[in-house]
Design a protein around this ligand. Structure first.
Ligand code: ADP
Ligand code: F6P
Length: 465
């Protein structure tokens, strides 16, 4: 077995096994923020990525991507349901996102979650060379840090949570709260998107485990577990290279022409997820049309909603509701050859996404709760000039960094409507000032800066008090 000095452990590998229309198997980049973020830094670093390659049954051997080796972990059909669709995405995901959807507690799912976490931990222990750094990602694998510590006390262990960590009163609802907290605190450094998350964990650890310490250093038995905020970012250089490609520039012109050259374009790009606030956004847009404050002849909305977690009941229900509402809005307000909304329920490659971002006048990113939201940062990086407005939810991690966006509370539909109008009417000088400030920020805080900050902190020696 080949071993690496850096091992990343994440639920998904950065490639998805996709069956092409002609039945052939092809690999494509997985959707979602985590895969995109880590893919950018690991492609050039000798390392191994332990993860699930999609599908069920025995894992197939996968080719290396540059200097990155892939170590697939298999899931059975029952495990996929219990671990991924169940405990990870029907219990933890809604609970960690402010319970905007009711979390489901099912004892069978817990057993699958624990068993799959053990399989990931064993795979990581196998491919880590002596003294390696093992970096575990996200809520799917919260038990893995402690499991690796038991299997391989010689390695340094990091854990990064890409989603919000909830307030203690919500976390306390979890029947397995103690194991989940202990699992995560098996790491040497636990990273979050926002400082509030570290505060929540320190409070919980004091209450459930009787730990001492502070928000950035929890003293657990004879160890110090460091915690901190490391807001994740995007590959700004990749986006700039894409922007300059003739295909992207031409595609942006074509899209602009197809949408109506004189029209103002509102764009949203989300995984089809109830945390993203798509329904609130549609309500706001539809009411603006109803009230005559915007008109289909001069404004159009594009909603990209890539399919996600399609077998989970709450996601199926959401898709039905959104599609009904889009149909209603187009039926009531559209004209022949002029829909009010273009709804695209499909994956796009990076170049087509970049062209879409360049086409938008107003990018509308209004999740009800989001760990970071990389789409907001991608939009800023994709702009070739200082035009374009970003309407951004206060409840996205990105709002703490992109303060020059038009910030909005997406639960407040009236406030959302006013903010959309404000962004549509903003003078070019104001938009330029805002865009310049946001661009400067993401340029110096890109994905490489994030990885450097986290890994440097993980390597720092810790003095046991
Ligand atoms: P999350 O991690 O919850 O999915 P983020 O906004 O942080 O949310 O990340 C979403 C990622 O998925 C972004 O990198 C975005 O470019 C990508 N993405 C979104 N929609 C699509 C799509 N239709 N096709 C391909 N990638 C998409
Ligand atoms: O960012 C949160 C996250 O769950 C990531 O861990 C994941 O890559 C992304 O959303 C997409 O979700 P999924 O892997 O369930 O398709």
């Amino acid at each position: 077995m080949r071993q690496s000095s850096l091992v990343v452990v994440a639920n998904r590998l950065p490639l998805d096994d996709n069956v092409a229309p002609d039945g052939a198997c092809e690999w494509r980049r997985s959707p979602g923020g985590l895969a995109g973020a880590l893919h950018a830094i690991l492609e050039q670093t000798p390392s191994t990525w332990v993860g699930w390659g999609g599908g069920t049954g025995p894992a197939r051997d996968l080719p290396d991507i540059g200097s990155l080796r892939l170590r697939p972990v298999s899931l059975s059909e029952d495990e996929l349901r219990g671990y991924y669709e169940g405990f990870a995405n029907s219990t933890l995901w809604p609970l960690y996102h402010d319970a905007v959807e009711q979390p489901v507690f099912d004892r069978e799912w817990w057993l699958a979650y624990r068993a799959v976490n053990r399989r990931f931990a064993e795979a990581a222990a196998e491919v880590a060379e002596p003294g390696a750094t093992v970096w575990v990602q996200d809520y799917h694998l919260q038990l893995v840090p402690q499991m690796i510590r038991e299997l391989r006390p010689d390695v340094r262990i990091g854990f990064f949570l890409h989603v919000p960590f909830p307030p203690p009163e919500l976390f306390m609802q979890l029947p397995r709260r103690l194991e989940l907290l202990q699992g995560m605190l098996g790491a040497d450094l636990v990273g979050f998107q926002r400082p509030q998350a570290a505060h929540n964990v320190a409070q919980l650890a004091a209450k459930l485990l009787g730990t001492r310490g502070a928000d950035d250093a929890i003293i657990l038995d004879d160890r110090v577990v460091r915690t901190g905020a490391f807001p994740v970012s995007i590959d700004v250089a990749e986006m700039r290279t894409l922007n300059a490609r003739p295909y992207v520039v031409n595609q942006a012109h074509q899209l602009r022409h197809d949408l109506g050259a004189h029209k103002r374009v509102l764009l949203s790009v989300d995984r089809l997820d109830y945390t993203k606030g798509i329904e609130h956004r549609l309500t706001a847009y539809s009411e603006l049309l109803r009230d005559g404050r915007i008109k289909v002849r001069d404004t159009v909305m594009v909603q990209v909603a890539v399919p996600s977690r399609e077998r989970v009941e709450s996601y199926r229900g959401l898709r039905d509701r959104i599609e009904r509402e889009v149909g209603r809005i187009n039926g009531e307000y559209g004209r022949v050859g002029e829909p009010a909304i273009h709804y695209l329920n499909q994956p796009f490659d990076r170049a087509d996404l970049a062209a879409l971002y360049q086409t938008a006048d107003v990018m509308v990113v209004t999740p009800l709760r989001d760990g970071m939201n990389l789409v907001a940062k991608e939009f800023v990086a994709a702009r070739r000039d200082d035009t374009g407005a970003l309407v951004l939810s206060e409840f996205a991690g990105a709002a703490a960094e992109l303060e020059d966006a038009f910030l909005v509370n997406p639960h407040d539909v009236d406030g959302l409507k006013e903010t959309l109008l404000q962004a549509l009417a903003a003078p070019p000088e104001e938009l330029a000032t805002r865009m310049k400030a946001m661009r400067a920020y993401i340029t110096s805080n890109d994905i490489h800066a994030w990885a450097r900050a986290y890994l440097t902190s993980l390597e720092k020696p810790v003095l046991v008090p």
